[in-house]
Design a protein around this ligand. Structure first.
Ligand code: SR1
Length: 349
């Protein structure tokens, strides 16, 4: 786990490599086939379309695709497993060379992913385990991420407190973070889970806020909430603000965006720490991984982007207001060396 650190930055680190990027259909000088000639098409088939994390992930994927001269088509799944499955089939029919599958339900995707492989299409999965040795898995080291957020909760509150926990089973990153939550409770019997709630839908934050209000009305002695997805944390904060209890509760989360930074750093905010990658970097890594496969190179099977711990104090002390500020103050947050190659221009954030 990288910890927030000052003074490591240089504005030059923000330079992107897009100047001179090939247009779609033009070759990339010095790249292996088919990138030397250009015309590579890739589909990014998403399950969750809304929210800051996923928008930033897609923007990072587009930026890296552009740097490689790839025509990247994004399919929005809108949390609909049947639609996502159909979109994988559409991508196959479009004749793409690569498909990135971003979240989703393994059981509705495994056979269509295999169909893509059988058609000679390279497939990479982000945060969905398709259980296929031919499909590399991109993830954010969710165990490390959850350990960092919970480690901060224990540093702040000790090993005995009444907790609320926001969780929805069936999403690979949330399931991995849940393993750490269960281990943490087992190792610290003084941490008592008083209530568990959560929803993932088109309006995750507001649904979570409604559920949070009910949870706090039934359990007014909760002092710590572990909400390991920023839409969950936003919902919890909305609820504690509305209930007028934000001075009695602290929220520990995953993910970060510029809007999250504003919420965390705000005067009186109960949201005190988050463990996060830069989601745009995860999008870039996903595109590089599929590009390497298309070029006949091995990106590795488990491709991990490491998170950093970001506290309210870090943000306030260092006047961090945006994700771009974080990239500058903490270069390890703004780039990853996962799935790189000498011929791949790295689209640094
Ligand atoms: C519903 S799954 C949400 C998570 O997916 C990504 O891994 C993000 O980190 C987010 O927390």
């Amino acid at each position: 786990m990288k910890r927030f650190a000052l003074g490591l930055a240089g504005a030059g680190l923000l330079a992107t490599s897009l100047i001179g990027a090939p247009a779609y259909g033009e070759g990339l000088a010095g790249a292996p086939a088919p990138f030397d000639k250009g015309g590579v098409k890739v589909a990014l088939v998403t399950f969750i379309s809304a929210g800051d994390f996923f928008q930033a992930y897609q923007a990072g994927a587009q930026k890296q695709a552009k740097a490689l001269g790839i025509d990247l088509q994004i399919f929005s799944g809108r949390q609909d497993a049947a639609a996502q499955r159909e979109q994988v089939e559409q991508a196959i029919n479009l004749g793409v060379q690569g498909i990135i599958i971003d979240h989703g339900q393994p059981e509705s995707l495994k056979d269509v992913a295999q169909k893509a492989l059988d058609a000679g299409i390279k497939v990479v999965a982000f945060d969905v385990d398709l259980g296929n040795p031919a499909i590399p898995q991109v993830e954010q080291s969710d165990h490390e991420l959850a350990k960092a957020a919970l480690g901060q909760a224990i540093a702040d509150h000790g090993t005995a407190f009444n907790a609320g926990y926001v969780y929805v089973a069936g999403f690979a990153p949330l399931d991995r973070r849940n393993e750490v939550w269960e281990e943490t409770k087992k190792a610290n019997p003084g941490i008592v889970e008083k209530a568990r709630w959560g929803a993932v839908n088109d309006t995750t934050a507001s649904s979570t806020a409604d559920q949070t209000k009910a949870a706090f009305q039934a359990n007014p002695d909760i002092t710590v909430v572990f909400a390991p997805y920023d839409e969950f944390a936003r919902g919890v904060k909305l609820a504690t603000d509305e209930l007028g209890i934000s001075d009695k509760v602290k929220i520990y989360s995953a993910d970060v965006s510029t809007a999250d930074i504003t919420e965390i750093a705000a005067e009186g905010s109960p949201w005190v720490a988050t463990a996060a990658t830069n989601p745009a970097v995860v999008g870039e890594v996903s595109v590089r991984a599929v590009a390497k496969l298309i070029a006949g190179e091995d990106p590795g099977h488990n491709i991990v982007v490491k998170p950093v711990l970001i506290t309210q104090k870090d943000l306030r002390d260092n006047a961090i207001k945006t994700v771009e500020d974080l990239n500058v103050k903490l270069p390890a947050f703004g780039k990853s060396d996962a799935a790189t190659a000498s011929w791949i221009p790295v689209a640094t954030q």
